[in-house]
Design a protein around this ligand. Structure first.
Ligand code: BGC
Length: 496
């Protein structure tokens, strides 16, 4: 099985100056490569595994809808349908100066947002890259790092005169992991997602932890609201486009939020909120089909990803869709073909055998390669993995990327369709604000979602249109903080 690797003839990685331009050598032509026919046979099998038919999509939507209803009815469900305590839509006349901190999947972002009314805003921001170690280090240390970065940011802005000295600014904290909330400035982390695993955080109130680090670094800020990126995106998108009724994130993780009638959230009936009031729901739909795995068509590659992840069984829907996993799915298919001796025979494959070494961005690049020779794909394999490819292999890899990317988009359409169908938005139509690297950068992702919606609903599916959303974790979070201040100042549910 490992013969292909042991027989390696060229193990030298490309020199640092290797560029994506590539010249084929005669030596490369002599390597034993997979034939066109063999690749076509493999592709047919994979096509059967990764294609989701319209009928299957409709079945998924039905199961999804039921899951959403369960999450609203009872606490502690797999898809938790989190009441966010964001009451209704913004008026677009919210004003003021706010800080926003976004602890998402890849970066930490700190922002100073000025809402100037009439749906307008100004934003100043800084980004800090999170290391893999920080994601696994003690939770309080992670929050302390946030506090430290925010302190540096506020100090710099006080010095430049952007922030008034001695002013305590209201802060919106975007923490994009599932948290159960009893009120808007509280949230117990249910579980880490997206590869995070910082101990001593799950089951703890992340706002309390964050406040502790703000005090430690004497940051002039008061946490007013905790949100997740998706809720922020819903609010920010509606702020500029009032037709927006649903927001989705398709990035390192995936999720959706929408506005629900309080009377239709039975699990918070005891709070005595006016049933006709509206509240944003953070679905946390990435957890759909977790543990039971009854509804989603998982391939053996998806099962491997799940079992080897730091959270086996969890985030089943997200693991088929989000940017954290798509590259890994493709890599696992390639590794199987290597093991079978179908591709890269006689080449040293150690680089591509490293888990998570195949970035999802490579899938985007492969799909958008405009050249007949597929030069971009040559570049990816030679530059990053020191592997030579034939045209037949490159065409195969591109087709494979398309299968994986298309499946992700069609499953995403199922999630959107479940909310649309539950809320009865199909006839009147609605706009869906969407954000995240997959949605923004993967070629054709949005078109494939739209195609999927037509497969589910027929022609009426065209009434549901996704569009690039406003920045939820910066602007959205600031608007949520502003709305919360206005609500509490008016004495409306001040304890929530
Ligand atoms: C998290 C969500 C988040 C989504 C997109 C998921 O893994 O659980 O809270 O909205 O990723 O960032």
């Amino acid at each position: 099985m490992a013969a292909a690797r042991q027989n390696s003839v060229s193990g030298t990685p490309p020199p640092a100056h290797t560029t994506l331009a590539y010249t084929r050598t005669s030596e490369v032509e002599d390597l034993p490569h997979a034939t066109k026919k063999k690749m076509a046979d493999h592709l047919r099998k994979l096509e059967a595994m990764f294609t989701i038919t319209p009928q299957r999509m409709r079945m998924i939507v039905e199961a999804f809808k039921e899951t959403l209803e369960n999450g609203l009815a009872k606490p502690g469900q797999v898809v938790p349908m989190i009441p966010t305590y964001v009451f209704g839509w913004p008026t677009a006349d919210e004003t003021g100066e706010f800080l926003a901190v976004d602890l998402g999947g890849t970066n930490l972002r700190v922002c100073l947002v000025r809402l100037t009314g009439g749906g307008k805003f100004e934003i100043t921001q800084s980004k800090y890259r999170l290391t893999e170690e920080q994601k696994q280090d003690d939770g309080q240390k992670l929050f302390d790092f946030c506090g430290e970065c925010l302190k540096a940011f506020t100090d710099a802005n006080i010095e430049s005169g952007e922030i008034q000295k001695d002013k305590i600014l209201p802060l919106g904290f975007t923490f994009s992991y599932p948290c159960s909330q009893d009120r808007i400035d509280h949230g117990e982390l249910i579980r880490w997602t997206k590869g995070f695993g910082a101990p001593n955080t799950e089951g703890h109130d992340v706002v309390a932890m964050f406040r502790k680090s703000l005090a430690l670094h004497s940051v002039p800020a008061e946490v007013v609201a905790l949100t997740c990126d998706t809720t922020g995106t819903l609010i920010a998108s509606h702020y500029v486009n009032p037709a927006t009724k649903i927001a989705c994130i398709f990035g390192t993780g995936c999720n959706a939020a929408y506005m629900e009638r309080v009377g239709d959230i039975p699990k918070i009936a005891h709070l005595g909120i006016d049933p006709n009031a509206e509240m944003a729901i953070n679905c946390e739909w990435g957890a759909f089909d977790s543990f039971e795995h009854e509804n989603l068509p998982r391939t053996k590659y998806d099962v491997i990803i799940d079992e080897k992840s730091n959270k086996p069984g969890e985030q089943a829907f997200e693991k088929l869709i989000s940017g954290r996993y798509l590259g890994e799915i493709l890599r696992l298919v390639i590794c199987q073909l290597i093991d079978e001796g179908t591709v890269f025979l006689g080449q040293n494959t150690y680089k591509i055998e490293i888990a998570y070494s195949f970035d999802t961005a490579f899938l985007s690049l492969m799909e958008s390669d405009p050249t007949d020779e597929l030069l971009m794909i040559i570049g990816i394999f030679s530059h990053f993995f020191a592997l030579e490819t034939t045209l037949a292999e490159r065409q195969f890899f591109r087709a494979l990327a398309k299968l994986v990317g298309r499946r992700a988009a069609r499953l995403s359409a199922c999630g959107i369709a479940a909310i649309v169908s539950k809320m009865g938005y199909l006839d009147e139509g609605c706009a869906v604000g969407a954000d995240g690297s997959l949605y923004n950068k993967y070629p054709g992702f949005a078109d494939r979602i739209h195609e999927g919606l037509v497969d589910i609903f027929g022609e009426k599916g065209r009434n549901i249109v996704t569009h690039h959303a406003e920045d939820g974790s910066g602007i959205g979070s600031a608007i949520v903080a502003a709305m919360t201040k206005i609500r509490k100042d008016a004495g409306l549910y001040p304890d929530l």
